[in-house]
Design a protein around this ligand. Structure first.
Ligand SMILES: Nc1ncnc2c1ncn2[C@@H]1O[C@H](COP(=O)(O)OP(=O)(O)OP(=O)(O)O)[C@@H](O)[C@H]1O
Length: 273
């Protein structure tokens, strides 16, 4: 007889992943023929995880994150969110997924409508998801701007009136409004000045720890991945459309097993880089 105790123990044993990609293949048709961007990739992301996905340009990092975020349908394989196929979600469940899994991209200027004030872009999200009404709306925007270290005066500015760093913070604040469970941050600092990069990564780290969000940082810069994922974060290394190595950041950095990972780390340690 299966007792209640047995069921609870079994549930504890089976790790439940929030977001799972299973055997994902993505093929793009180009003028030169077919390009396999992802080749049978599987990945699992639980709640409250710190993950860096690293690899050289063209290795498939962005394609993988777009597929997992429900933006790019794969040619083969499934993406499950709490066990349900993301590409078959409808109605309320789809909206809940859209809210819970957020994506911020490399170029913050393309994330905002250039003809609308930044504050108005926030208002659209607040009204669509009924997050606040009337006066509460402005207070809510101010709270989230403050959270990412921005002054409320940016609400009345147009995107082109802000620096890349300010707009990237605004994109982060707008994503956080929805209280996501998972946030993909795709090369979010690569367009910023070196002096600002560490500030934004530090902010992502703090936000992740404070609000228990899983953040998946996509970067080609091993130094950034190391900084973000040290303290028991996970590093996933991609090469030519495949995951070639993954594990705790400290272990991958200290004793990489794959030859390509070794090369990546050597180039990072090279003082003449
Ligand atoms: N829409 C597309 N059409 C054709 N090929 C594509 C498309 N998107 C990506 N690719 C190709 O798929 C491969 C993986 O691209 P992807 O952008 O996922 O890599 P990446 O590791 O994120 O690189 P980067 O850091 O340069 O963005 C590359 O060869 C790329 O040229």
């Amino acid at each position: 007889m299966i007792t209640k105790f047995c069921v609870i123990s079994l549930l504890r044993l089976r790790k439940v992943y929030t977001l799972e990609g299973k055997d994902i293949t993505v093929i793009f048709k180009t003028k030169k023929g077919e390009k396999i961007a992802l080749n049978n990739v599987s990945i699992s992301i639980s709640d409250n995880e710190n993950i860096s996905i690293i690899g050289e340009s063209g290795s498939g990092k962005t394609t993988l994150s777009l597929v997992l975020a429900g933006i790019q349908k794969p040619n083969k394989g499934n993406v499950l969110y709490n066990g349900k196929n993301v590409y078959k979600l409808k109605g309320k469940e789809y909206k809940e997924f859209r809210r819970s899994v957020q994506y911020i991209m490399q170029n913050p200027y393309s994330a905002f409508n250039p003809f609308r004030k930044v504050g108005d872009s926030f208002k659209t999200v607040i009204s669509e998801y009924k997050l606040a009404k009337g006066n509460e709306t402005d207070n809510l925007i101010d709270k989230y701007l403050q959270m990412v270290g921005l002054d409320e005066s940016i609400k009345t500015k147009y995107p082109h009136q802000l620096s890349g760093g300010q707009l990237q913070r605004a994109a982060l604040a707008r994503a956080l409004l929805l209280k996501p469970k998972i946030l993909f941050a795709d090369e979010v600092v690569s367009m910023l000045d070196a002096s600002l990069r560490i500030d934004v990564i530090k902010l992502l780290k703090e936000i992740r720890e404070t609000y228990n969000i899983s953040i998946i940082l996509i970067t080609h810069d091993i130094g950034i991945a190391k900084y973000f994922s040290e303290d028991r974060g996970r590093i996933i290394v991609m090469y030519d459309g495949k995951i070639i190595e993954e594990g705790y950041a400290e272990e991958i950095i200290k004793s990489p097993k794959n030859e390509y990972t070794k090369l990546l780390l050597e180039s990072y340690l090279d003082p003449f880089r």
